[in-house]
Design a protein around this ligand. Sequence first.
Ligand code: GRF
Length: 189
Amino acid sequence: MVKNIAVLVSGGGSNFENLALKSAEAGFEIKILIADSPDAYAVKRAEKLNIPHIIIDRSKYSAKKEFETAVTEAVSNFNIDYIVLAGFMRILSAEFINFYKNRIINIHPSLLPSFKGRNGIEDAYNYGVKVTGVTVHFVDAGIDTGKIIAQTAVIIEEDETLLSLEEKIHQAEYELYPAALKKVLDGGV
Ligand code: GRF
C-alpha cells in the first residue's frame, strides 16, 4: 500500500523534488511539504509540482516548542506514516522525535559517523579523505546519530574541486534517498 509522507525542508529542495518525481515507483505519496522559511526555494518547486505545501516560519516563533507544535498540527491533518527531512536545518527536540519515534528519516551528505553537522561535504573535502558519501538514517535525539538505513560511497579524485564533489554527492543523494525510503516502507528495515 502507498505510504504517506511529509517532507520538511529549509532550503533549495532538490532532494524534495527528486523524491516527488520518484514517489510513485518508490511507493509513497508526499502529502505535504513543510518549509521553515518563506525563502525556501523548495516552496516554488512544490507549487510547480502541485504538491500541498505550508510555510511554518521558524523566525515567527520565539520557542522551539511552539514551532514544533505547529509542525505537528500540520502533519496531523494528513494520515502521515513517515516524516522525511530533506535539507531541514533545525535540530528537533527529543519530545518531537519521541512523538514520531522511528518515523523520522534524514539524509546526510557524508558517510556517517564521519563528518556530522552542517558542512558534511566541505568538512570531508577539507580533511582530505579519499572516500566520502551519503547516509540515510533514522533521526534520534542526537545530531546525525540515528540508526543507519543505507549508505553510498563517493570517491574524491585527485583533481576534485569542492564544487565537483558537491555535484557528485547530490547525484548520489538522488539515487539513494528514494531507494532507502522504499526499503523502509517495504518493511525491509
Ligand atoms: C543535501 O545535501 C542533504 O544531504 C542535506 O542538505 C542538502 C539539501 O539539499 N541534509 P536540497 O535542499 O535538497 O537541494
